[in-house]
Write a protein that binds this ligand. Structure first.
Ligand code: SAJ
Length: 415
């Protein structure tokens, strides 16, 4: 039974804002905190600063009922959910500076008895690090139930929702709740139980941290297998999508799909946290990352072969997002491929079609040989059509448009 009435959600991004909205629409008084004034203002107007199905309705509803507000400063609350970025540094170890900043913002508000939940995907030990940092900032408080000082409860409850299905999966997915103490885990379980209909699995914080990393590494390793198969198949003159489809008829085989590389802010990042924690023992996990990171270069080589000897070739690049039917360009292999093509192929002109964005990202905007155009225009002018993202609009394209074009289909949608 949840006793928590007021929750501060620190970080109103792709995870923090949906979590804030769903708590608020389930009767919790939520104050969202973000460092970006434009996000805070948008949310207070009931608007959403990014695209996620059904999120806008929930935010608008929660704000109009007075259950969700956004601020720049962390207020006092019964519980804090920290949902800030945990990127990696140049040496591929986790950058915990956003977690530390969140700790500094909430520490002055603590009086004892509060629950602090780390939701950000984190390397093993990060929850303990957050807790230790909090008590170093507030030595009048303790993490130890045997202490006479007022207690703070700290837990890790990693998000596991799929972009594009966040509002559904927040409710239906099982959750792993790792507490530094059993009491912390139970408090967190009861809070998430307000909206989560999946099963709650209680464990310690480090196992919860690893569970999240392992899930994403599992997917990364399996995508690497598919990407390696696509390169082998190309060499052997085999259609890799037919090959995988046939192999997947085996009752215990389920190979994932090859693509132009792995993007997004999760699968391309999280496995490195495991590698950093145990470098000598994680050769498979590291190799999978390297295999997937090498795929964009292989795609670029295929296009280079096709335009070799042509003067002023035009390449139509279809899609920039990191995966289908979203507008998220973070760590997108498609963006990296377009940039490399424009740099490497000298007099090439790259016509980009990405129906989910209105302008090119900063990394492509200033290149004179890259233009954002309508998909039909890109294809009409192209020598080579390079399919990078399996958006539905590309699947539904009139195939006649592709007649006579050289095609590099990295997602196998036109086979
Ligand atoms: N991809 C392939 N082939 C596939 C599947 C994916 O090339 O067969 C590529 C995609 O195109 C994309 C990348 O992998 O570039 C990642 O896409 P994704 O759909 O696999 O995953 P994300 O990053 O959108 O979300 C993942 C999910 N994790 C798992 O499925 C284990 C999600 O549940 C997590 O909550 C999310 O990471 C996260 O936030 O960590």
């Amino acid at each position: 039974m949840n006793e928590i009435k007021t929750v501060a959600v620190i970080g109103l991004g792709y995870i923090g804002l949906p979590t804030a909205a769903i708590l608020a629409t389930n009767g919790i008084n939520v104050i969202g905190v973000d460092v970006k004034p434009s996000s805070v203002e948008a949310i207070n107007r009931g608007e959403v600063p990014f695209v996620e199905p059904d999120l806008a309705t929930q935010v608008a509803g929660a704000v109009s009922q007075g259950m969700l507000k956004a601020t720049l400063d962390t207020p006092a609350a019964d519980a804090y959910i920290v949902a800030v970025p945990t990127p990696f540094k140049s040496d591929k170890t986790a950058d915990l500076s956003y977690i530390d900043a969140a700790a500094r913002s909430l520490a002055p508000q603590l009086i004892g008895g509060e629950l602090v939940i780390l939701e950000s995907t984190s390397p093993p030990g990060a929850t303990q690090h957050l807790a230790d940092y909090l008590v170093s900032l507030r030595p009048d408080l303790s993490l130890d139930p045997a202490s006479r000082k007022p207690l703070i409860h700290v837990a890790h409850c990693p998000e596991r929702v799929l972009p594009g299905r966040v509002m559904i999966e927040l409710v239906t997915n099982d959750r792993i709740v790792g507490g530094l103490t059993r009491a912390a885990a139970e408090l967190a379980r009861d809070l998430y139980g307000v909206f989560c209909q999946g099963d709650m699995h209680i464990t310690d914080a480090t196992t919860a941290e690893m569970a999240k990393l392992v899930e994403n590494s599992y997917r990364d390793v399996n995508i690497a297998f598919a990407n390696e198969l696509s390169i082998i198949s190309d060499r052997l003159g085999i259609n890799v999508w037919e090959l995988i489809e046939l192999a997947n008829h085996h009752p215990r085989v389920n190979i994932l799909q090859p693509g132009p590389g792995v993007g997004g802010h999760c699968i391309a990042v999280d496995p490195w946290f495991i590698v950093a924690a145990a470098p000598e023992n994680s050769s498979l996990i590291r190799q999978a990352r390297e295999t997937n990171d090498a795929k964009p270069a292989w795609v670029i080589d295929r296009v280079a072969e096709l335009v070799q000897g042509k003067s002023s070739p035009t390449v139509a690049a279809l899609g920039l997002a990191f995966k289908a039917n979203i507008d998220d360009l973070r760590e997108s292999p498609a963006v990296a491929i377009v940039r490399s093509l424009s740099e490497r192929l000298g007099d090439v002109s790259v016509l980009v079609a990405e129906p989910h964005v209105e302008e090119l990202p900063a990394s492509l905007k200033n290149s004179s040989n890259i233009k954002l155009v309508a998909v039909e225009d890109a294809i009409a002018e192209a020598d080579v059509v390079l399919l990078l993202v399996d958006h539905d609009v590309f699947k539904l394209l009139d195939r006649e448009l592709l007649h006579g074009k050289q095609i590099v289909d990295t997602r196998g949608i036109w086979r």
